[in-house]
Design a protein around this ligand. Sequence first.
Ligand code: LLP
Length: 416
Amino acid sequence: MCFSYKNDELYAQDVSIKDIAAQVGTPFYCYSSEKLQKNYQAYKSALAQFNNTICYSVKANPNLAVVTALARLGSGADVVSGGEMHIALKAGISADKIVFSGVGKTEQELREAIKTQILQINAESSQEVETINRIALELGLKANVALRVNPDVDARTHIKITTGKKDNKFGVDWDDALPLYRAAAKMAGIRISGIALHIGSQLLDVEPFRFAFTKAADMIAALEQEGISIGNIDLGGGLGINYNAELPPTCEAYAQVVRETLGHLNKHIIAEPGRSIAGNAGILVSRVIYTKEMGDKKFIITDAGMNDLMRPALYDAWHTITPVAKKRAGLIIADIVGPICESSDVFAKDRITEALAQGDLLAVMSAGAYGASMSSIYNFRPLVPEVMVRGKEFFVVRRRLNYEDMLKEHAVPQWF
Ligand code: LLP
């Protein structure tokens, strides 16, 4: 286990969380390199029968050490901005393992991607396809392009992280995909490299994948009948993880669906997992500043806030919260809240928890994905440090910002 108790004390691998807190202060994120590795390898072995590239979805956690850890294992990257492409390359991921997704790639981002000759640009509209063609011709290059098709499938996940329905902004409408492929195939700046889809995140059931992949297989058959050959099938990401008592499908179960729906096509399979690689490889550690009671309600106020981890406020997400040192002082029902001046700054409402006291450390579990990556300096709070653990050692992989760091980009007009 990457995060586990030894003598009632929480450890990350063989490092005591209390010791890290003493050295770096709170709050901080803590990642396990062993767990990142394990999660990556689970995909690799499940998809071993296919020619495959796992393109880690950088948005889940773009820390350079996290991306480097995966790069060293051979991972590719799924990026959604020029910044993410930059970090993937910096981490040592070669261009031929990078896919670029997103509905609103700018000309500048596309130019960089085309110049870098990445594995594939997943285009999401006819205007984007035309823009890619124009830029590629200007550069005297051919861009590798897939269409991200929208299979109109209900991923049965939270409404804010569903992406594969017709009324989402993502992808090319199913009925428009064939004509757009035909047009793109005739463009001199474009090399059709594949097909891409991504139907949503935190999926706890493989059936929506089965539905979408089956539709993709039909689309590929139709394309190839017209002589448009498809090299890569990019399956997107989306496999869920355990936050509370969910039973997410295993990589094996996922791979079985890939086998059943797309196996006969013998294509290069790309998967873009984010959460299922980084999510349970990270925790957010925080300290109780105060506790208080108001009427019947008990509050535990922590030094981490919604600016550090916004998933509970934004998606009503559940994260298990556990004391770093178990005191076994009995259970209470309390709201665990941050210090931000917003009522939505609540990590857990009416949670049955150990009676945490002022000064106690606590850990918010499964915070490795969409935790630090979505954090902000709201309330002018410095971004918190990130620490990576391996075996008995730990390393600060992003230092805590200070006030002057945050002020560096500010400027006051001379008229004051
Ligand atoms: N590929 C594409 C095109 C995506 O849009 C995403 C995630 C992924 C791959 C990775 O999906 P994953 O394997 O992580 O589910 N902030 C939200 C999740 C947003 C997901 C956005 N797209 C959350 O905290 O739940």
